[in-house]
Design a protein around this ligand. Structure first.
Ligand SMILES: [Zn+2]
Length: 507
């Protein structure tokens, strides 16, 4: 599949057009086969490096001889209708690429670098259908909150996270759910990434005067029901979005902040009056993408006491426990309303080192907490509810042994685990199913904030983001990293992966 260095030259040593066309075609086909999202063609001192971004990570894929660089670059620029004579300016264009079973758009950008011109091609599958919210990784209470929020008759729905965390995909999935005959949906985007049938999509084009703000203003005059504005970046766009939501529209937008509470504070920083934020924002979804481990070759293990202690710290489980118990570890800036002491999150300090997941059974049907979701699904904790109840009544004494089970099959039965143990998973050595990567695709981890009465009060009083988050958690919001932990317990990803992306911040 990989072209060897020699085959690109004719007898004279100069590559001919036919072999360049074939090489570019092979690079693209191989990228599609590898599920790559981007192709980077990068000049190095003596070679040309081709790298693919697969599941968010760049992989070196092939090396071409340096003498083909200018021809390959010129060929790709011609395909994308760019000026191939201009080697000094960054350029952007696109072209389509057809295979027997699918057609793709390749969005091309060029950039002069020290050893020549670098090309990045983003692969956009024209026929890709937007994923369902479940396929994105929304589930349980998070899914219910989104379903409630998007069916409000009007209001602002924000999807937030750093660049490259799947915000656009989530926005498209929501638009698809709202798309029905009789509903006018319009978007203003930069760029339009996918075409959605039945939806009026407008591309931002600053040269023609279609800025995001100008486009949004025009759209709001076109009697829409639902408007998606790619991303709120400034006060003007924020103000228009708020006005749109106030005047009876559903407005969807992306926002670059790290989590849900900072999205609220960002709007306030953009000079939107607190009462307007509180009365228009219905839902804030924060998200990240984690790599999904291959279920066919993943390796299960029982974490050691040390690892559990680290997990408890990293995921702030004790802090969450205290919140659920209505206590706070440190004095806070404003008083906190006590909450019912009915939720038990993780182990009590008395069983330090062990993580015991116990939820009183009588609370299960009444509460919507992270614990309910863990307890609802025995696979998450590899224990039955009966065991959980039994464990609650007796004092756990034996700490879990340091793992010797790392080679055990992934689906170890719950019965084989001691009361205090639980299973985690890591990527396996790779198999045919995952193209020997150990990972296969990505899945979202989410934090979904509903603007309820308590959060509304905090917004109006301009509370700090930490306070807004804490109040939301007390109301049952699952944080990003806690949603990630649930997906670790379920064998969908790893602790390392969740910690890696949870610390990605918008800079
Ligand atoms: Zn595998």
């Amino acid at each position: 599949m990989k072209p060897s260095d020699g085959e690109l030259k004719t007898a004279s040593g100069i590559p001919d057009t036919a072999s360049i066309a074939k090489t570019v075609s092979v690079i693209i086909e191989y990228a599609i086969k590898s599920r790559a999202s981007d192709i980077h063609v990068e000049p190095r001192a003596d070679t040309v490096q081709v790298r693919y971004r697969i599941d968010g990570i760049l992989h070196e894929t092939m090396t071409l001889p340096k003498e083909v660089l200018s021809t390959v670059v010129a060929y790709i620029k011609t395909l994308a209708s760019l000026n191939s004579e201009d080697l000094r300016s960054p350029q952007e264009g696109r072209f389509s690429f057809k295979l027997p079973d699918k057609s793709l758009i390749l969005r091309v950008s060029t950039l002069p670098v020290i050893d020549g011109e670098k090309i990045v091609m983003r692969l956009l599958d024209e026929n890709a259908h937007p994923l369902s919210l479940e396929e994105l990784g929304l589930e349980g209470e998070n899914l219910s909150r989104v379903a409630r929020g998007i069916h409000e008759p009007h209001g602002l729905i924000l999807v937030t996270g750093p660049a490259g965390t799947g915000k656009t995909t989530t926005l498209y999935s929501i638009l698809t759910l709202l798309n029905a005959p009789g509903v006018n949906i319009s978007t203003i985007e930069d760029p339009v990434e996918y075409r959605l049938p039945g939806i009026n999509q407008t591309q931002v084009n600053s040269k023609s005067g279609i800025t995001l703000a100008a486009g949004l203003r025009s759209l709001l005059g076109q009697d829409p029901n639902v408007v998606m504005a790619g991303e709120i970046r400034d006060s003007e766009t924020a103000d228009l979005a708020i006005q749109g939501a106030l005047t009876g529209h559903v407005i969807l937008s992306g926002l670059h902040t790290d989590d849900t509470a900072t999205a609220i504070v960002r709007l306030l920083d953009m000079k939107i009056a607190p009462f307007l934020v509180a009365s228009t924002v219905k839902l804030v979804i924060a998200q990240r993408l984690v790599r999904r481990i291959c279920a066919s070759c993943r390796i299960s293990y029982v974490p050691s006491a040390d690892e559990i202690a680290t997990i408890k710290t990293s995921f702030q489980l004790d802090a969450a426990l205290n919140i659920f118990r209505g206590k706070t570890a440190e004095p806070k800036k404003t008083p906190i309303t006590p909450v019912p002491t009915t939720h038990t999150l993780m182990s009590s300090p008395a069983i330090a080192g062990n993580m015991k997941i116990v939820e009183p059974v009588h609370d299960l049907m009444k509460t919507k907490t992270i614990m309910q979701r863990i307890a609802d699904d025995p696979n998450i904790i590899n224990r039955t509810m009966a065991e959980a109840e039994a464990a609650q009544t007796k004092k756990p004494a034996v700490p879990p042994p340091v793992s010797a089970k790392s080679q055990a099959p992934a689906q170890t039965t719950p019965a084989k685990l001691n009361g205090n143990e639980f299973m985690l998973y890591k990527a396996g050595p790779g198999c045919d199913k995952c193209s020997h990567n150990g990972y296969i695709g990505r899945i979202g981890i989410f934090e979904v904030m509903e603007i309820n009465d308590i959060v509304t009060k905090m917004i109006v009083s301009r509370a700090h983001a930490d306070m807004i988050e804490e109040a939301s958690v007390r109301e049952g919001m699952i944080t990003l990293s806690q949603d990630g932990l649930l997906k670790c317990l379920r064998g969908e990803t790893t602790i390392e992966e969740v910690l890696r992306v949870a610390h990605e911040i918008d800079r």
